[in-house]
Design a protein around this ligand. Sequence first.
Ligand code: GLA
Length: 388
Amino acid sequence: MQEKLLEKFKELFGADGEIRTYFAPGRVNMIGEHTDYNGGHVFPCALTIGTYGVVRKREDNKLRFYSMNFENLGILESSLDDLKPDPAADWTNYPKGVIWAFGEKGMKITQGMDLLLFGNIPNGSGLSSSASVEVLTGYILKDFYGCDVTNQDIALIGQYSENKFNGVNCGIMDQFAIAMGKKGHAIFLDTATLEYTYAPIELKDAKIVISCSNKKRGLGDSKYNERRAECEKALEEIQQFVGIKSLGDLTEEEFEKFKSAIKDEDRVKRARHAVYENQRTIKAVEALKNNDIELFGKLMNESHVSLRDDYEVTGIELDTLAEEAWKVDGVIGSRMTGAGFGGCSVSIVKNDAVDTFIEQVGKAYEEKIGYAADFYVVEIGDGPSRLA
Ligand code: GLA
């Protein structure tokens, strides 16, 4: 595949100069959803699918971008003097946002680039194709342009660009999971402190299966920012009574004690999810440490129910995927993953049940929703790297 990308690059941009190839993964979150902007824990991992980038530095300030996923858009051109979000710039707002954010952080980029991308993450699936492009761009600026940053810096700058350039108030989970990914491991990250540990995911007789609802969504047009605002308001209300910094500071018992401070029923539900989901994530990682995969799966299921009933970010497509999964023998746990409102679910499925799972859930989904879901058996991979 790399050969094909390089060939296309040369055809579009010419063959001269130093041309490099990079890769950044996508991510799936195992548990800990909508906790990252509430000072809670998350438990994502990087995947072996992701975004490939072929790149050359330019002597002038031009930026020329081409995606093999959106060939109809052709080459999208802009310049380092014009780093402003622009709807017509489409997906190139992600690399442009990162280049802009490096400048904001004191690392002004003065040489343009030719960049060709190809992603094998299904677009808009909730597996963070956009964060993958952001981290890829940041890694290119580090490795090729010589910017003095760590992978953790790349995650933070990526999030900054998403917040300030692309207008989505996302938390740190996606960029962190991608920039810091480690083969065979999930990352147990405390988003309040950015302390993290790697936990091996050893599923000897089971696999991670992603079910993609094929319901398209963009974070910007979802209710993502609204949920975030609801949680911030609920936190303010609780802070009238107790000195906490975030909802992630509360145990379930403390939440039950202080919840009457929240003056709106919907906000109580949102905050309840944030608090309980954070505690669930801590318990799930503990269960994994104790090799109690059954308990881990049960907590995944509970996570989905909370996202469905309290956080209200699932919708009929993701509910159908999870609820049909729960009916299949050999499913250890299943839940929506990512922001919700479409996108994917993640399931842990015993090896000998994977085929039945795909057939049974696929059939029920198509009957109920009217179009097909797609299924991917995935592997946990490393963070970004230079390939050639
Ligand atoms: C999106 C955001 C993340 C996180 C998840 C929900 O993926 O980018 O920061 O909030 O939704 O857990």
